[in-house]
Design a protein around this ligand. Structure first.
Ligand code: GRF
Length: 194
Protein backbone atom coordinates (compact mmCIF):
# COMPACT_ATOMS: atom_id res chain seq x y z
CA UNK A 1 0.00 0.00 0.00
CA UNK A 2 1.22 3.52 -0.81
CA UNK A 3 2.31 5.57 2.22
CA UNK A 4 1.76 9.20 3.10
CA UNK A 5 2.91 11.35 5.99
CA UNK A 6 0.66 14.26 6.99
CA UNK A 7 2.02 17.51 8.49
CA UNK A 8 -0.35 19.69 10.50
CA UNK A 9 -0.30 22.42 13.15
CA UNK A 10 -3.82 22.89 14.47
CA UNK A 11 -7.35 21.65 14.13
CA UNK A 12 -6.52 18.71 11.86
CA UNK A 13 -9.89 18.44 10.09
CA UNK A 14 -8.17 17.85 6.74
CA UNK A 15 -5.99 15.19 8.33
CA UNK A 16 -9.07 13.36 9.62
CA UNK A 17 -10.93 13.74 6.32
CA UNK A 18 -7.99 12.42 4.28
CA UNK A 19 -7.46 9.46 6.62
CA UNK A 20 -11.15 8.53 6.48
CA UNK A 21 -11.66 8.98 2.75
CA UNK A 22 -8.51 7.06 1.83
CA UNK A 23 -8.96 4.41 4.49
CA UNK A 24 -7.93 0.99 3.22
CA UNK A 25 -6.29 2.50 0.13
CA UNK A 26 -3.42 4.55 1.53
CA UNK A 27 -1.44 4.07 4.71
CA UNK A 28 -1.10 7.22 6.81
CA UNK A 29 2.30 6.21 8.17
CA UNK A 30 2.53 9.19 10.54
CA UNK A 31 1.06 12.56 11.40
CA UNK A 32 3.70 15.12 12.31
CA UNK A 33 3.00 18.37 14.14
CA UNK A 34 5.11 21.26 15.37
CA UNK A 35 2.44 22.17 17.94
CA UNK A 36 2.05 20.05 21.09
CA UNK A 37 -1.38 21.70 21.71
CA UNK A 38 -2.79 20.93 18.25
CA UNK A 39 -6.30 19.49 18.38
CA UNK A 40 -5.37 17.32 15.41
CA UNK A 41 -3.31 15.18 17.81
CA UNK A 42 -6.56 13.93 19.40
CA UNK A 43 -7.99 13.21 15.97
CA UNK A 44 -4.87 11.27 14.91
CA UNK A 45 -4.97 9.28 18.15
CA UNK A 46 -8.62 8.35 17.60
CA UNK A 47 -7.74 7.21 14.09
CA UNK A 48 -4.79 5.14 15.31
CA UNK A 49 -2.27 7.17 13.31
CA UNK A 50 1.27 7.31 14.78
CA UNK A 51 2.03 10.86 15.93
CA UNK A 52 5.34 12.70 16.00
CA UNK A 53 5.48 15.98 17.90
CA UNK A 54 8.44 18.18 17.02
CA UNK A 55 8.00 21.43 18.94
CA UNK A 56 9.64 24.16 16.85
CA UNK A 57 10.12 26.31 19.96
CA UNK A 58 12.75 23.88 21.17
CA UNK A 59 15.03 24.63 18.22
CA UNK A 60 17.43 27.56 17.92
CA UNK A 61 16.73 28.16 14.22
CA UNK A 62 14.31 27.39 11.41
CA UNK A 63 17.02 25.28 9.77
CA UNK A 64 17.68 23.10 12.83
CA UNK A 65 13.94 22.41 13.16
CA UNK A 66 13.73 21.56 9.46
CA UNK A 67 16.67 19.15 9.76
CA UNK A 68 14.85 17.09 12.38
CA UNK A 69 11.61 17.36 10.45
CA UNK A 70 13.30 16.04 7.30
CA UNK A 71 14.96 13.16 9.19
CA UNK A 72 11.64 12.23 10.79
CA UNK A 73 9.79 12.27 7.47
CA UNK A 74 12.52 10.18 5.80
CA UNK A 75 12.25 7.48 8.48
CA UNK A 76 8.80 6.69 7.11
CA UNK A 77 9.87 6.75 3.46
CA UNK A 78 6.51 8.14 2.28
CA UNK A 79 5.36 8.18 -1.34
CA UNK A 80 3.89 11.61 -0.69
CA UNK A 81 4.20 14.24 2.06
CA UNK A 82 0.85 15.95 2.62
CA UNK A 83 0.72 19.33 4.33
CA UNK A 84 -2.66 20.10 5.83
CA UNK A 85 -2.64 23.30 7.84
CA UNK A 86 1.09 23.10 8.58
CA UNK A 87 1.86 26.62 9.73
CA UNK A 88 5.62 26.78 9.26
CA UNK A 89 7.66 28.68 6.71
CA UNK A 90 10.06 26.11 5.29
CA UNK A 91 13.77 26.65 4.79
CA UNK A 92 15.80 25.27 1.86
CA UNK A 93 16.83 22.42 4.20
CA UNK A 94 13.29 21.14 3.79
CA UNK A 95 12.69 21.96 0.15
CA UNK A 96 16.06 20.58 -1.03
CA UNK A 97 15.51 17.28 0.78
CA UNK A 98 11.78 16.68 0.38
CA UNK A 99 10.70 16.84 -3.24
CA UNK A 100 7.38 15.04 -2.98
CA UNK A 101 5.43 17.40 -0.72
CA UNK A 102 2.08 18.97 -1.51
CA UNK A 103 0.05 21.62 0.31
CA UNK A 104 -3.53 22.86 0.32
CA UNK A 105 -4.15 26.59 0.46
CA UNK A 106 -7.59 28.11 1.05
CA UNK A 107 -7.58 30.53 -1.89
CA UNK A 108 -7.36 30.51 -5.65
CA UNK A 109 -3.60 30.89 -5.94
CA UNK A 110 -1.69 32.89 -6.99
CA UNK A 111 -4.13 35.21 -5.19
CA UNK A 112 -4.05 35.63 -1.42
CA UNK A 113 -0.84 33.81 -0.51
CA UNK A 114 0.23 33.43 3.10
CA UNK A 115 -1.72 33.70 6.35
CA UNK A 116 -5.40 34.78 6.63
CA UNK A 117 -6.14 33.70 3.07
CA UNK A 118 -9.83 33.04 3.81
CA UNK A 119 -10.29 36.50 5.32
CA UNK A 120 -8.38 38.17 2.47
CA UNK A 121 -10.35 36.30 -0.13
CA UNK A 122 -13.64 37.13 1.65
CA UNK A 123 -12.76 40.82 1.83
CA UNK A 124 -11.93 41.00 -1.88
CA UNK A 125 -14.46 41.81 -4.58
CA UNK A 126 -13.80 38.52 -6.39
CA UNK A 127 -17.02 36.79 -7.44
CA UNK A 128 -15.49 33.33 -7.16
CA UNK A 129 -13.51 31.83 -4.32
CA UNK A 130 -11.80 28.53 -3.87
CA UNK A 131 -8.89 26.35 -2.84
CA UNK A 132 -5.63 25.21 -4.40
CA UNK A 133 -3.46 22.12 -4.05
CA UNK A 134 0.13 22.75 -5.11
CA UNK A 135 3.60 21.26 -4.95
CA UNK A 136 5.76 22.66 -2.16
CA UNK A 137 8.83 24.58 -3.22
CA UNK A 138 10.88 27.30 -1.57
CA UNK A 139 8.41 30.08 -2.35
CA UNK A 140 5.55 30.35 0.17
CA UNK A 141 2.39 29.06 -1.54
CA UNK A 142 4.24 29.48 -4.83
CA UNK A 143 4.81 25.91 -6.08
CA UNK A 144 3.28 24.50 -9.25
CA UNK A 145 -0.50 24.24 -9.04
CA UNK A 146 -1.85 20.68 -9.19
CA UNK A 147 -5.58 21.36 -8.97
CA UNK A 148 -8.16 23.88 -7.80
CA UNK A 149 -11.85 24.00 -6.92
CA UNK A 150 -14.10 27.03 -6.63
CA UNK A 151 -17.62 28.29 -6.02
CA UNK A 152 -19.56 31.35 -7.10
CA UNK A 153 -20.01 33.74 -4.21
CA UNK A 154 -23.39 34.68 -2.87
CA UNK A 155 -24.06 36.84 0.12
CA UNK A 156 -22.33 34.60 2.64
CA UNK A 157 -21.24 35.61 6.10
CA UNK A 158 -17.56 35.01 6.78
CA UNK A 159 -18.49 31.82 8.68
CA UNK A 160 -20.57 30.51 5.77
CA UNK A 161 -17.81 31.43 3.34
CA UNK A 162 -15.21 29.59 5.44
CA UNK A 163 -17.47 26.53 5.67
CA UNK A 164 -17.77 26.44 1.86
CA UNK A 165 -13.99 26.70 1.55
CA UNK A 166 -13.50 23.79 3.93
CA UNK A 167 -16.07 21.66 2.07
CA UNK A 168 -14.10 22.23 -1.13
CA UNK A 169 -10.92 21.20 0.68
CA UNK A 170 -12.48 17.99 2.02
CA UNK A 171 -13.61 17.06 -1.45
CA UNK A 172 -10.53 18.09 -3.44
CA UNK A 173 -7.56 17.07 -1.30
CA UNK A 174 -8.25 13.30 -1.02
CA UNK A 175 -8.97 13.19 -4.76
CA UNK A 176 -5.67 14.87 -5.63
CA UNK A 177 -3.77 12.54 -3.31
CA UNK A 178 -5.48 9.51 -4.83
CA UNK A 179 -4.68 10.73 -8.34
CA UNK A 180 -1.03 11.41 -7.56
CA UNK A 181 -0.67 7.96 -6.00
CA UNK A 182 -2.59 6.34 -8.82
CA UNK A 183 -5.35 5.04 -6.57
CA UNK A 184 -9.02 4.83 -7.42
CA UNK A 185 -10.87 6.99 -4.90
CA UNK A 186 -14.21 5.63 -6.11
CA UNK A 187 -13.14 2.21 -4.92
CA UNK A 188 -11.81 3.75 -1.70
CA UNK A 189 -15.14 5.39 -0.82
CA UNK A 190 -17.13 2.35 -1.92
CA UNK A 191 -15.09 0.13 0.37
CA UNK A 192 -15.90 2.52 3.24
CA UNK A 193 -19.61 2.34 2.56
CA UNK A 194 -19.75 -1.47 2.54
C1 GRF B 1 -7.08 24.75 5.92
O1 GRF B 1 -7.99 25.75 5.58
C2 GRF B 1 -5.92 24.75 4.96
O2 GRF B 1 -6.26 25.14 3.67
C3 GRF B 1 -5.02 25.77 5.57
O3 GRF B 1 -5.14 25.59 6.97
C4 GRF B 1 -6.41 25.04 7.25
C5 GRF B 1 -6.20 23.79 8.07
O4 GRF B 1 -7.39 23.33 8.67
N1 GRF B 1 -3.67 25.62 5.05
P1 GRF B 1 -7.38 21.95 9.45
O5 GRF B 1 -6.27 22.01 10.50
O6 GRF B 1 -7.14 20.85 8.46
O7 GRF B 1 -8.73 21.84 10.09
Amino acid sequence: MKKIVILFSGNGSNLENIAKKLHGKVEVAAAITNNPQAYGIQRAKRLGIPIEIIDHREFPSRESFDEVLVQTIKQYNPDLVVMAGFMRILSPIFTKNIKNAINIHPSLLPLFKGAKAIEKSYASDMKVAGVTVHWVNDELDGGKIIDQACFHREDESLEEFAAKIHELEYNLYPRVIANLLDISLQKASLSQEV
